[in-house]
Design a protein around this ligand. Structure first.
Ligand code: G3I
Length: 366
């Protein structure tokens, strides 16, 4: 009997051996980090310690499920520096200490992004100053955490076909003021500040097999070819995977796997970095909705994990109680969103079992 059937059986019968049905269901839900570890993979989630104050159960869930974490906010520029040149690392340090205590690896997120900048940064950027502003930031932040992080998302979301550039790069403040070399400079500066961290280009929509995603994939591979030929230290690519429940047909297909093979040929380590599934346009019925979401998790992760270059999966939250989607992509009918593996009471949902099945089906990494 597989785990999902076992839990269904528990739910349908009187359980005497266990203190409560909830305990029984949780006991049947093997930690995802354990299932991942059996295959030489990592499993984790975005992390914000403030949620633990609201829910001790969430803290317990987090520690039991995760062996890798990404700070959701605390290492972003606007979290670290409210005034020019002045940095407060206290909250991010707490997060790193919490992870060290609980043997959870930390993915630094993120050094160079167009979003979540403090208000002072754009005002300071000009073609004369921008390079120094960016490099100072990298030296301070990557230098502060040097030796303590598993990886850094060095550049974040640097591609955007919507910018209409032949190279596919996003026309952001860094590109406008420094030029395309800002990416190379950012990776080299991070490698100098923290030689131990794995350096990752984190990107959105590469996982979507449609015109937009195809354009991003092409641009990504061209960028990697040019940068790697120059010896730029890029070790991995992060696929955010903020998936949409109404896009099952363009997720986890053969062209996606072919793209992962292209990254593998370039010796990239691949990480799924921000996995969740927006259910905003799915049916209101919870059973029906959870099934659609679970099926996408299974399909997408099974395809991803078939590729040995994929080293880990990080979800953008574990419990539906704490997801950016409830604020950014709410449902029109006002019903609570259900994008993650566990419900608001930290109980496993069909999405959990789908993730578990995909991990169990993954080939073992050597
Ligand atoms: O905490 C303040 C609160 O005090 C204030 O009243 C409120 C008013 O706007 O803002 C709150 O801060 C918000 C914060 O989330 C905490 O909820 C920020 O405005 C809001 O910008 C911030 O959004 C985050 C977003 O990145 C921008 O940094 C989301 O939580 C976070 O999930 C999201 O994560 C990103 C990844 O870093 C990159 N990829 C996409 C992903 C999803 O958008």
């Amino acid at each position: 009997m597989n785990r999902r059937d076992f839990v269904t059986m528990l739910s349908a019968t009187a359980v005497t051996k266990w203190a409560s049905l909830e305990t029984a269901v949780q006991a049947a839900a093997a930690p995802l980090k354990q299932l991942a570890d059996q295959k030489g993979l990592m499993f984790g989630s975005s992390l914000a310690l403030k949620y633990f104050e609201q829910s001790p159960a969430y803290k317990q869930l987090f520690v039991s499920q995760c062996d890798i974490a990404t700070p959701e906010l605390q290492m972003k520029w606007n979290s670290l520096s409210r005034q020019p040149g002045i940095y407060d690392f206290s909250t991010a340090d707490q997060l790193v200490a919490f992870c060290a205590t609980n043997r959870i690896k930390v993915r630094g997120h993120t050094l160079v992004w167009h979003d979540s900048l403090p208000v002072w940064v754009p005002g300071q950027l000009s073609p004369v100053t921008a390079r120094t502003v960016m490099l100072d930031h990298i030296q301070k932040v990557a230098g502060h955490f040097a030796g303590k992080l598993y990886s850094w998302d060095v550049v974040n979301e640097a591609l955007d076909p919507g910018s209409q550039r032949p190279d596919g790069l996003r026309s952001n403040l860094w590109l406008q003021n420094i030029g395309v070399s800002y990416i190379e400079q950012a990776f080299r500066a991070t490698a100098a500040a923290d030689p131990k961290a794995l350096l990752v280009w984190n990107e959105n929509y590469l996982e979507v097999s449609n015109g937009f995603g195809d354009a991003k994939r092409k641009a990504m591979l061209n960028q990697l070819d040019a940068l790697l030929a120059k010896g730029v230290p890029i070790h991995g690519v992060g696929l955010e995977a903020h998936l949409r429940g109404d896009q099952a047909n363009v997720l986890g297909d053969a062209s996606y796997e072919a793209f992962l093979s292209e990254l593998t040929q370039r010796k990239m380590k691949i990480f799924i970095t921000e996995l969740d599934i927006q259910d905003s346009s799915l049916p209101a019925d919870v059973g029906e909705r959870d099934k659609i979401v679970a099926d996408i998790y299974r399909k997408f992760l099974t395809a991803s994990l078939r590729q040995p270059a994929v080293k880990g999966v990080v979800a953008w939250g574990l419990s539906d109680a704490f997801s950016w989607i409830s604020g950014y992509r709410p449902r029109k009918d006002g019903l609570p969103v259900r994008p993650l593996a566990f419900d608001i009471n930290c109980q496993p949902k069909p999405a959990y079992f789908a993730i578990a099945e995909a991990l169990e089906a993954a080939p073992r990494r050597v």
